[in-house]
Design a protein around this ligand. Structure first.
Ligand SMILES: [Cu+2]
Length: 84
């Protein structure tokens, strides 16, 4: 992918702000599941932080311009399912 170069004088910080999205994920049963899911999501463009809570199945993804569809695809690729 070609990196996007912002116009002169405008930094990335001025164009976007970090946001956190939370998803409910099913299929995780142990800490290995958490680790493999984290690994997949951390690879995505713009992701700055990933938090997974095994008990509640909650996945929190923080970053800038993180693609919602890409997060869902990464979860599926890791073998789990986003239910909301
Ligand atoms: Cu597991």
């Amino acid at each position: 992918m070609v990196p996007q170069i912002p116009p002169t004088g405008i930094t990335k910080d001025m164009m976007s702000t970090p946001t956190t999205h939370t998803y409910a994920v099913t299929g995780m049963t142990c800490s290995h599941c958490v680790a493999s899911l984290c690994e997949k999501v951390e690879e995505l463009v713009g992701v700055q932080s990933v938090e997974v809570d095994l008990d509640s199945g909650r996945l929190s993804v923080g970053g800038e311009d993180v693609d919602d569809g890409a997060v869902r695809a990464a979860v599926a690729e890791a073998g789990y399912e986003v239910i909301s």
